[in-house]
Design a binder for this molecule. Structure first.
Ligand SMILES: Cc1ncc(COP(=O)(O)O)c(C=O)c1O
Length: 375
């Protein structure tokens, strides 16, 4: 077929690449495009992080601290966990990939749900292992199905909480039972990329959201993922972290690329952790806009799944790819979810009030269908 097809590994030949929301942003920026496709923070980066980055720029001739010592110490204090249980990575996807390379190989597998974070499958298949995806229940994870799918070759289970793209939350009690029942040879990844948004919703809705760190403290084989990409508004910097058993992380550290987290990202993250104002503003804004966006879509006759994150999963009851194209022509980018097996659904990130209003205006031009066929 080509010069290298027979030379590269089987996984490299077979996995499809990740399709970003708007691929050519920096090459051909579209200043007026309303980007509601990548679950970014519409309020921008933490201002304190911006100041820290500006200061850090003068030192970028030097390699970064490979161990992210200062950031790990700060996270250790924040989470009351020893630094050995903390690993900083280029985005939380960096931790997903490291876990896969440390625990998986051909013949082994990882289990997750259908309609979940697309990167799980890519990271698993890159190691030659198999991804088993169980059907959803009420648009969320079916923990009983996941438990039933686990076998002696399973090493990882990925649970996105809240889930992307459906925005659903796991029930904390059900998760307790799941962790108690999962066999000892399986590491459970509790992906809390949207932690701050979910915690805020949970407070408003008087629901207990997450006991993930308690599970870790009690010695469970769990790795908790957090990121600076969402509430802190630093997605372009690529910095996140995992909290997990010290021994497992020590193996992951051996597999990590040297200097993979830049000094600018480390400086920004340290200051972002002190920027409570920005996080508070971001999560409150998100909750208010989630409410008006959901109401707007419901009033138009579309089906909306209540969200715990910074995006909305919406069933348009008609071909979502065509609608997304139409929106794109009007300068609005959303995610059609055909690749997730939800042909009639979109995921729309919660933007500024003005962006959301423009999106709803565009949606008002789309007649809802009465077909009960949902994606
Ligand atoms: C469930 C989930 N986990 C992890 C991530 C990745 O975040 P990061 O930017 O930290 O790699 C995302 C990003 O959209 C996500 O939706």
């Amino acid at each position: 077929m080509s010069r290298f097809f027979d030379l590269v590994t089987k996984p490299a030949r077979e996995i499809g690449g990740y399709e970003p929301g708007v691929p050519t942003r920096s090459v051909a920026p579209e200043p007026h495009l309303i980007r509601l496709d990548s679950n970014e923070n519409p309020l921008g980066p933490s201002p304190r992080a911006i100041e820290a980055m500006q200061r850090a720029l003068a030192e970028t001739h030097a390699y970064p601290d490979n161990d992210c010592t200062a950031l790990a110490a700060k996270l250790s204090e924040l989470h009351a966990a020893p630094t050995e249980q903390i690993m900083v990575t280029p985005g939380s996807t960096g931790m997903i990939s490291l876990l896969c390379h440390t625990l998986l190989a051909p013949g082994l597998n990882a289990v997750t749900s259908e309609k979940s974070f697309i990167v799980y499958g890519m990271a698993v298949r890159a190691t030659g292992a198999e991804l088993i995806a169980t059907p959803t229940k009420n648009d969320g994870f079916n923990l009983a199905a996941i438990l039933a799918a686990v076998n002696r070759n399973t090493r990882l289970v990925f649970l996105a909480n809240p889930n992307n793209p459906t925005g659903t939350l796991l029930d904390a009690n059900e998760l307790d039972r799941f962790i108690a029942e999962i066999p000892g040879h399986v590491v459970v990844v509790l992906d809390e990329a949207y932690f701050e948004f979910a915690a805020h919703f949970a407070e408003r809705r008087k629901v207990e959201y997450s006991r993930s760190l308690r599970h870790l403290g009690q010695g469970a084989s769990v790795v908790v993922l957090r990121t600076f990409s969402k509430a802190h508004g630093l997605a372009g910097l690529r910095i996140g972290y995992g909290l997990g058993p010290a021994e497992l992380l020590s193996y992951c550290r051996r597999m990590q690329d040297t200097y993979s987290v830049s000094s600018v990202a480390q400086a920004a993250a340290i200051s972002a952790l002190d920027d409570d104002d920005h996080v508070t503003r971001s999560v409150s804004h998100n909750a208010e806009q989630a409410s008006s966006l959901s109401t707007g879509l419901l009033e138009l006759g579309f089906k909306v799944t209540p969200t715990w994150a910074n995006f909305i999963y919406c069933d348009l009851r008609q071909d979502a790819a065509a609608i997304s194209q139409r929106l794109r022509a009007e300068g609005i980018s959303v995610r059609p979810l055909g690749a997730w097996g939800a042909q009639n659904c979109i995921r729309v990130s919660i933007g500024t009030a003005q962006q959301n209003e423009k999106f709803l205006d565009a949606m008002r031009q789309i007649p809802p269908t009465t077909s009960s066929q949902s994606g």
